[in-house]
Design a protein around this ligand. Structure first.
Ligand SMILES: [Zn+2]
Length: 256
């Protein structure tokens, strides 16, 4: 048990996995895409949690050891890595007035190296970034938060040495198109799922709002986007406050 813990700690903290032979920081070769999330969401079955988010310490304390995104970007622009070196600060503030320097690059490469669970069927080849935000289409992103995200994305693309481009930046909703199933134990065709007022299946993942990509574009990072990327989010927003979403399928009678 002890050695298993040591190995896990070494995998988390050994910077060698994120360094080239000459000591130049680089993005771990496993990383093929960058996935952007927001902390708030529709919480179809828990209206009290709908489109709410909590601060990074509280959020991270609720995550299991290998769960979560590589960073939370807080509303003030501070970066909260999933795991900090023991004894070190829990967060850091990038200087967004300049590109990442050598020390920043080394830090970002190390923090991006581990595999964390943030994406269905896609953790081993991705890194995840959570923005502290409600998830509502109409709620603005603070300028400092967007600047830090843009800075971090630039650092990651740069660390990839040209391997990744803006086309490798995706929203969570782009990569997980599953319906919002009622029970985690039954997630396949034939299982019950949440629906909107017209009985159409709601999506489990609707993050982040397109306004985030628009804000990134204004920062010079133009991620290719579909024309109506918030359609599923807007349907999720039609569920009345304080109400659970309706359910269709075998469990619908007992759950409505
Ligand atoms: Zn997400």
């Amino acid at each position: 048990m002890r050695s298993a813990i040591w190995v896990a700690a070494a995998l988390l903290l050994t910077p060698g996995r994120a360094l080239a032979a000459g000591g130049t920081p680089r993005l771990a070769a496993r990383v093929q895409c960058i996935v952007v999330h927001v902390l708030g969401g529709p919480a179809y079955d828990r209206p009290e949690r709908r489109f709410r988010f909590f601060d990074p310490p509280r959020t991270q304390s609720r995550w299991k050891a290998r769960f979560g995104a590589h960073w939370i970007v807080w509303t003030d622009g501070s970066l909260w890595p999933r795991h900090s070196p023991s004894g070190g600060p829990r967060s850091w503030m990038p200087d967004t007035t300049r590109p990442a320097d050598e020390a920043d690059r080394r830090r970002v490469a190390v923090e991006a190296a581990p595999v964390y669970a943030h994406l269905y069927n896609g953790n081993s080849d991705s890194v995840g970034i959570e923005l502290a935000h409600s998830g509502r289409a109409g709620d603005p992103f603070p300028a400092a938060e967007v600047r830090s995200l843009a800075w971090l994305l630039r650092a990651l693309l740069d660390l990839s040495g040209g391997r990744l481009t803006v086309a490798d930046i995706h929203g969570h909703k782009d990569l997980d198109r599953r319906p919002a199933y009622l029970h985690a134990s039954c997630e396949r065709p034939g299982c019950s799922y949440f629906v909107d007022g017209q009985g159409r299946a709601l999506r489990r993942r609707v993050d982040p709002p397109e306004s985030l990509f628009a804000a990134l574009s204004r920062e010079g990072i133009a991620v290719p986007r579909p024309s109506d990327g918030d359609a599923d989010l807007r349907r999720a927003e039609t569920i009345a406050a304080g109400e659970r979403a309706p359910v269709a399928g075998p469990g619908s009678l007992s759950k409505r």
